[in-house]
Ligand binder design. Structure first.
Ligand SMILES: [Mn+2]
Length: 365
């Protein structure tokens, strides 16, 4: 037979979002959406008669999850009697003591939570051995995998780990060449929030619901089959929303309304009403143009779920006037020096305007 599985991780149920750029009230909404998306994943397992669900750590935020949410999860797991659910705890939900979330509730027999030493859990009916361990600390500089070996290569063998395959961080750096050499059919990883569906025998599913503006692109779950014909995995989009970055370069010819409608038009041309936008304005604006980013934000939020706008433009200064007002001081010298370097080079011009912005602000203060 072949085993159909779903691999997810880094759900971060209970995420507080207390310092999110999009604010606390939207954070609360996102917190609820993360939970809904996780329950949609559980429903997907049942609807598609998935045999195995793997959750590779950071299922929840130990410091912020409520007992109420944990009970909802436990109860939902208990209804999924035909799905074997495997969980290895990560650095956000480590099994530290009896108050750790995983120790508070007794789960149904279909839920397998790895202990804090590496162990093998066997599902006889699927001829499957799954290896893994749960974190019991918030940091883990290394782990000795030298004794780890596939015990029965006639079975399907999967390894679940929460760690860092890409950099040498304090979050368990993983030597994938070493681990891959042990002969697992699949290594299910967690910790990195960016999904990678390109790997052949090991992969990060990433966060199913992206958490902030650093988590751009499509997010979802990994659907896979392991069987006599080998392994097949693919990333299936599952997130309710995406984070999108947009940058607009304006110039000194543009009025405020032109700037506002240009941005609005551009967003409308490729409208993604459910998504969250971070908009950056760069370039040089006319000194008389008052760039009211709140008005731009409000006008965009008629179109999309959320927009935040950052003004990184510089005023189009009247250099001759500023020089004559600052004859003999550092501001005049600065302008002279930059003019000598050549303002037709836009980098020089930006540097001049950036410097002037700071110097003139200081002067006012
Ligand atoms: Mn995580």
């Amino acid at each position: 037979m072949s085993i159909r599985f779903i691999h997810t991780g880094d759900i971060h149920l209970g995420m507080s979002f207390s310092s999110a750029s999009f604010g606390v009230s939207l954070g609360l909404k996102r917190r609820q959406e993360i939970k809904e998306t996780f329950f949609n994943i559980l429903r997907e397992c049942v609807d598609n008669a998935v045999h195995v669900l793997m959750i590779t750590g950071d299922l929840f935020e130990q410091d912020y999850i409520t007992l109420s949410d944990l009970k909802d999860v436990r109860n939902q797991f208990a209804t999924m009697t035909d799905v074997e659910i495997f969980i290895c705890a990560g650095n956000h939900d480590p099994i530290i003591n009896e108050r750790s979330g995983y120790n508070l509730l007794k789960c149904s027999p279909n839920v397998h939570i790895f202990g804090t030493d590496i162990e093998k859990i066997t599902i006889e009916k699927y001829n499957l051995d799954i290896y893994g361990f749960s974190w019991c600390t918030k940091e883990l500089k290394s782990y000795d995998f030298s004794q780890l070996a596939v015990e029965d290569s006639s079975k399907f063998n999967i390894l679940m780990l929460h760690g860092d395959a890409y950099t040498s961080s304090v979050y368990l750096p993983l030597d994938m060449t070493e681990l891959f050499g042990k002969g697992f059919d699949y290594i299910a990883l967690g910790h990195i929030h960016k999904p990678d569906d390109e790997q052949y025998r090991w992969a990060y599913p990433g966060t199913p619901e992206p958490l902030d503006f650093s988590e751009t692109g499509s997010h979802g779950i990994i659907e896979g089959i392991v069987g006599e014909e080998g392994l097949k995995i693919q990333l299936k989009p599952f997130a309710k929303r995406s984070f999108i970055h947009k940058s607009y370069d304006i110039n000194e010819e543009m009025s405020f309304e032109e700037i506002r409608s240009m941005i609005r038009q551009d967003i409308e041309n490729d409208l993604r009403p459910d998504d969250m936008y971070r908009i950056k304005l760069t370039g040089i604006r006319d000194v008389d143009v008052k760039l009211n980013i709140e008005i731009i934000k409000e006008s965009l939020e008629e179109l999309v779920f959320y927009a935040e706008v950052y003004d990184e433009t510089f005023e189009n200064y009247d250099l001759e006037r500023i020089k004559s007002e600052n004859a003999g001081n550092i501001i005049e010298t600065f302008i002279d020096n930059m003019e000598a370097k050549g303002l037709e080079d836009l980098q020089n011009k930006d540097a001049l305007y950036e410097g002037l912005h700071l110097l003139l602000k200081e002067q006012v203060n």
